[in-house]
Design a protein around this ligand. Structure first.
Ligand code: HEM
Length: 241
């Protein structure tokens, strides 16, 4: 194995470790954060079954955005198509990560290609929206643009790999399976693949420290995940007992 391969393999493990530990750290932190008051956005469910029923359509369809005005609906189009196409792209990518490839992964190949094409369009909507909405432009930070540009770059280098600068997928697979089985293998001899892969590593490292943690936060955000039961149950934060 050459020097470059050793470095990339090492960086992949470092990035994966930072992602997993960083994510778990935030999960624990969010759980430990006191929520002494009931602040569920009303009308809200009064028990936990109701909370689950409230969260499912929110997570699957971003329901609260659909109830908003034009600005929220534009965010819905960009956000929903981005997330769904992201999921389909990952499902399509699984063929490069497992051997043998099960039939259900193969059934996502065609729709995954379409998702790859929709992906940058959805991200473009999300980024243009920040420039064109005055209120949003004022509150947008560098980090908001950075993450959108990073993910666009991952999508576009992926499309280049697929349509213009093909790489050897057998080499890609042996590299990835080597990583998973902790027997590091040679990285594919493709600069574009290295760029695509390195951008993904940057995303992994950045994820736990960024607003991308909304992926977990949405499930436990007090305004949406609390039961509205202050009349039935006395709510005492653990530290106040
Ligand atoms: C955030 C995660 C990732 C995103 C959003 C992403 C996105 C994309 C997109 C949109 C394509 C073009 C359409 C397609 O062939 O599916 C693509 C292709 C590709 N991606 Fe990724 N990718 C990600 C992670 C990875 C990883 C971890 C690898 C490492 C194996 C990888 C390797 C490739 C390869 C080799 C291609 C070309 C596939 C082909 O020629 O058919 N990608 N990627």
């Amino acid at each position: 194995m050459n020097g470059l391969s050793s470095v990339i393999n090492l960086l992949a493990y470092v990035a994966a470790t930072i992602f997993v530990l960083g994510f778990l750290n935030k999960v624990v932190l969010y759980f430990k954060t006191p929520s002494p008051l009931k602040i569920a956005t009303t009308p809200a469910p009064t028990n936990s079954v109701g909370v689950v029923l409230r969260l499912v359509p929110e997570v699957l369809f971003f329901r609260s955005l659909l109830r908003g005005g034009t600005a929220e609906k534009i965010l819905w189009v960009g956000g929903w198509f981005f997330h769904v196409s992201f999921l389909l792209i990952i499902l399509r990518h699984l063929r490069m990560f497992v051997y043998p490839v099960p039939g259900w992964i193969m059934s996502f190949q065609q729709i995954g290609i379409w998702a790859g094409l929709i992906f940058p369009i959805a991200l473009l909507i999300l980024i243009v929206r920040r420039f064109t909405n005055d209120r949003l432009a004022v509150i947008s930070l560098f980090q908001d643009y950075f993450v959108l540009l990073l993910i666009i770059a991952i999508g576009l280098t992926g499309l280049l790999l697929k349509y213009f600068v093909r790489t050897n997928l057998v080499d890609v697979k042996s590299f990835i399976l080597g990583l998973f089985s902790v027997s590091p293998a040679q990285v594919p001899a493709s600069p574009l693949f290295l760029i695509h892969f390195s951008l993904v590593l940057i995303l992994l490292v950045y994820f736990p420290f960024s607003k991308l943690m909304h992926a977990w936060g949405v499930l436990i955000s007090p305004a949406r995940a609390q039961a509205d039961n202050p009349r039935e149950v006395r709510n005492v934060a653990p530290w106040a007992q």
